[in-house]
Design a binder for this molecule. Sequence first.
Ligand SMILES: [Zn+2]
Length: 399
Amino acid sequence: METHPSLEVKGSCPDLTIYAGEVTIGEEDRNKMDPKKRKLEKTRITEAACALLNSGGGLIALQMTNKSEHPVEMGQDLEKSLRELIMSSNIQAFFETKQQEDKFYIFIKSWSCNPEDGSTKPRICSLGSSLYCRSLTSKVAMDSREAFEFLKDKKASIKYSPTDDRAPPTKIPRATCQNSLESNPAFEIFQSKKLEYGQRLLFSESPSIEFKQFSTKHVQEYMKNIIPEYISAFANTQGGYLFIGVDDKSIILGCPKDNVDRDSLKTVVNETISKLPVFHFCSSKDKDKVSYETRVIDVFQEGNLYGYLCVIKVEPFCCAVFSEAPVSWMVDKEKGVYRLNTEEWVHMMVDVDPGKRREVFLLCPFPLLRASVSFTLWKSEFITPTENHTEEVDKSGCN
Ligand SMILES: [Zn+2]
C-alpha cells in the first residue's frame, strides 16, 4: 500500500483531520510563488481533498506561510483544482474555508452519490483515471466521468455476453478485430523485413495508427514514457499500430543504430507493457494481459543499415487497460492517507452502490458522516480561538 509521504492524519480526533503542512494562501501571494512550489502545494491539497471526499468528509488544516492581517481567499489555482476534482463549478456544495489568524481550514463534505444521479456520476473522486482512448488521430485521457461510463459499459457487456464467458465483451467479436487489424494498410509495413530511410508511407495517422519519431538519444526513456498511454488508448478502443520512427508526414526516419540496438528496443517494449495494470470484469482475471506484437524493422540508407523502425500492433482488450495505477486517495485513521490500487479503484468506481457505502460509513466507530449530516454544526465545533491549531483541532474533536 502506498501511503502519502507528506500528509499527516491527526489520530486523536473523532473526525478525520489531515494536516497538510505549510501553504501560501491568497491569490496575490500565490501568484508571486515559484511555479514548482505552487504546483507541489496545490497537488498536496488536492490529494488531501480527494482522500477526504472519498472517506466520508473531514477537515484539512493548513499553516499559512504568509502572514495576513485581513481575510484572504484561497487562490484561483487551488479553487480551480478543487473544481476539477468534483467536476462541478458548485464548489461550495463540498468545500468551505475558514481562516483564523495564520491557520487556514478547508471543510470537506462526503462525496455523495444520490441514487437518482448515481448512474451518471462516478462513485469516487480521482485526480486521474490513467485510462486512455483513441479519438480520431489522438489519444485522450478519460476524465473520471468518462472512465466511469467506460467501466460501466464494460461491466454491463460482460453480463450480457454469451455463455462462453471467456469471449471478449466488446461489441466487435475478436475475429472481426483481428481481421480489421490485418486488413489495415499498416499491416503490410508491419510485416516488412526492410524499409528505406525517407520513404513515405501510403497511409496517414488514423484512429488505429499513430506515428511517433525518435528525436532524442535517450530512446529507452522516451519509449518508456510514451508507450503506456498509447497502448492503453489502442487496447481500450479498437486496437491499432504504434509506429516509433515515423514523422507526422508519414516519412520513415527510424532510429539511428548508434543510439539503440534491436534487442534493447524489444526489451523496453516488453518490460513497459508488462507493467501496465489491467482490470477484468470477465473471467480472465489477472492472467490475461494486453495482447500485442512488436516488430523491429531494419531501415536502410543507400544500401547500408541506418537504424530501426519499431512497430507495436495492439489488439483490442476485453476489459480495461491503464497506463499506470489510477490516481485516487483515501484516508483512514489507522492507515493514514493512502493511494488506491487499480483493483480497489475499479471496485470503488463501479461496484459499491451508494446505499451500501452509506451503511459502511454508518457502521464506522467514528462519526464520519457528521460532515454531511450537519456540516455547519460540525464546523462550529471545530474552530475555537486558540493559538495552536493542531492542539485545538485534536482536543475540540475529542470531547
Ligand atoms: Zn476481460
